[in-house]
Design a protein around this ligand. Structure first.
Ligand code: TPP
Length: 357
């Protein structure tokens, strides 16, 4: 499985539930080790810009990536290292983007988490705050017009994003069009330093689905089994034509908003509550209890994950950054599109009618 992650393949969620659980655990572990290594590179000044971790959110994120199939669309956010790996993003993509390698998917143009491979269904995020569901809607709607059936689009969100107009417009649009959209909200109790009490006045974030006639479910985001079952069911229902699905997972962000933030505003009582349970440790404990004979296997998985991350970093540290005098900076767009755009500019300036192709 871990080899597959390096080979640009998504982790296939086949097999029994215990097998799925073990696959998800390995993805979570790899994501945690990758995140921590990136954080340490950030602290030593090797990463410029921001560094954003998903500590405490790996179970939800891995379950999202695993619930999707080849051909589906995934719009991950800044805390989705696990979901990206499960959906097939290689470790090298993350490291190359963070370290500014010209060989990365954004060719050294975008820092940290604004990376993607749209042709493979991984969208490059525009913003963390509600911008992506409408993009996924657009893709799902285009596929419908082209007669492509059976694919699902998932978009990650934070609790803060559920207060944005973009979230509400996209949810309403998906409901009316019955689009197979799965909105996965990680309610990690804070949007930056804004606590839930200053974010929404409804009793529960799933209430936001009611007004739009959308199905919703709430999960314990610290419990990997609950995340796998909940996401599996939401994606199945979206694929089967039941329209958009809102999934709200309760958990705690176990780090700052980014590595520049010490998160001193997080209420220590929440850390002590069940929300503060570390999903990775809980999953590991579950595996040790249910498969005690395999505890050597767990240690081997950890060593393998560590080795993968170390190798990716050593590889990327030998790679060059982009050469500004030769680089055309088209990471995802094409020269053709840019050409059309610049041709239009004089017509726009002259107030002329645009003859779009
Ligand atoms: C319009 C806008 N305002 C502010 C920001 C800066 N910003 C990025 S993420 C974020 C908080 C997001 O909180 P939430 O949606 O709960 O996600 P979390 O960080 O908790 O995962 C803010 C304020 C932004 N990206 N866009």
């Amino acid at each position: 499985m871990v080899e597959a992650v390096l080979e640009h393949q998504r982790v296939e969620p086949t097999g029994s539930f215990p097998e799925l659980y073990a696959k998800a655990y390995r993805v979570m572990l790899l994501a945690r080790i990758l995140d921590e290594k990136l954080a340490s590179l950030y602290r030593t000044g090797k990463i410029t810009g921001g560094c954003f971790l998903g500590r405490g959110q790996e179970a939800l994120s891995a379950a999202t990536g695993l619930a999707l199939r080849n051909g589906d669309v995934f719009a991950p956010l800044i805390r989705d290292a696990a979901g990206r790996l499960a959906f097939g993003e290689p470790v090298l993509d993350a490291v190359r983007t963070y370290l500014g390698s010209a060989l990365g998917p954004m060719r050294g143009r975008d820092g940290n988490v604004h990376r993607g491979r749209p042709r493979e269904g991984v969208l490059a995020m525009i913003s963390h705050l509600g911008a992506m569901p409408a993009v996924v809607n657009g893709i799902l709607f285009a596929r419908r017009l082209k007669g492509i059936q059976g694919t699902v689009g998932a978009a990650s969100l934070g609790d803060g994003a559920t207060s944005t107009g973009a979230f509400h417009e996209a949810l309403n649009q998906a409901a009316i069009e019955k689009l197979p959209l799965v909105l996965v909200v990680a309610n990690n109790q804070y949007a930056y330093s804004t606590p839930n009490t200053r974010q929404f006045a409804c009793a529960d974030l799933t209430d936001k689905a009611v007004g739009y006639g959308v199905e919703a479910r709430k999960l314990d985001g610290t419990d990997l089994a609950a995340c796998l079952r909940g996401l599996g069911e939401a994606v199945r229902r979206a694929r089967a034509g039941h329209g958009p699905q809102l999934v709200v997972a309760e958990l705690l962000r176990m780090c700052g908003h980014g590595e520049h933030d010490d998160a001193s505003y997080i209420d220590p009582r929440i850390k002590q509550s069940p929300l503060g349970r570390d999903c990775l440790r809980a999953a590991e404990q579950h595996l040790r209890e249910t498969q005690p004979a395999d505890s050597g296997q767990l240690d081997a998985w950890r060593r393998e994950a560590q080795q993968q991350v170390d190798e990716a970093i050593a590889t990327v540290q030998r790679e060059a950054g982009p050469d500004p005098s030769t680089e055309d900076w088209c990471a995802l767009s094409t020269r053709h599109l840019i050409g059309i755009h610049s041709e239009l500019l004089p017509a726009v300036a002259a107030g002329g009618v645009l003859d779009l192709p």
